[in-house]
Design a binder for this molecule. Structure first.
Ligand code: CTP
Ligand code: MG
Length: 199
């Protein structure tokens, strides 16, 4: 069924970003990205919730999840739908002559790159979100509804669009599901003691 296919393809596509974006809660810590510095409004530029380790560890997790998907699905004899979209991408049209995309004949490497690029974009969106939160007077760890749940999705999907021009239906499916999944994941984190705030 068509609608089932759209759900399946879009969720497979977004899994690296979901895991990669959630993982800094467990793997983050250490030096903050803003170096502890303050903006001219007297508040931190980003705050202690955005660390260098969290950013790169999350990007790596996104890559690993992307790689696992690219390895496991073909074994189950399921095609990666996004591969079919590749040659329509802006990035592909630039680099195809350089044969860089010979890489995608190796689906594990390609899956890693896709997951890592998505998550890099997503965690960049997360940083921009913290910047907006601090400028709006929202303290580190406090919820900013919609921005917290969807900022990373928009930037992550936006960046990967240059490589894989995903169909708009995927985005329409992923906005409400990601919103709910983010809230559910945070509630689980709260009730299991992984994080101090429910959202
Ligand atoms: N984290 C990290 N590095 C990042 C992103 C997140 O170390 N680049 C970790 C931090 O420990 C953070 C936790 O993951 O507290 C949860 O992430 P998030 O909810 O995005 O941060 P908040 O603490 O809520 O901070 P902010 O209000 O700035 O979003
Ligand atoms: Mg938060």
């Amino acid at each position: 069924m068509e609608i089932f296919q759209v759900f399946f393809d879009s969720i497979i596509f977004i899994l690296p970003l979901w895991f990669g974006n959630a993982s800094p809660t467990l793997l983050g810590g250490g030096a903050p990205i803003d170096g502890g510095k303050y903006w001219r409004d007297g508040k931190r530029i980003l705050g202690d919730g955005k660390t260098i380790r969290g950013f790169w560890a999350g990007t790596l997790v996104g890559g690993i999840v992307g790689m696992l998907i690219a390895i496991i699905l073909p074994i189950l004899d399921i095609n990666l739908e996004y591969i079919n979209l590749l040659d329509k991408g802006f990035f592909y049209s630039i680099v195809s002559n350089l044969n860089v995309f010979l890489l995608y004949t190796n689906q594990a490497v390609f899956g890693f790159l896709i997951g890592a690029i998505q998550t890099f974009g997503g965690l960049t969106g997360d940083i921009i979100g913290s910047f907006i939160k601090r400028r709006s007077g929202v303290e580190r760890g406090q919820t900013f509804i919609f921005l917290d749940q969807l900022g990373f999705l928009i930037l992550g999907m936006g960046l990967i669009y240059f490589v894989i021009p995903w169909p708009i239906e995927w985005f329409l499916v992923l906005v409400p599901i990601t919103f709910l999944m983010h809230i559910i994941a945070n509630l689980i984190g709260y009730f299991t003691g992984i994080q101090d705030v429910p959202l």
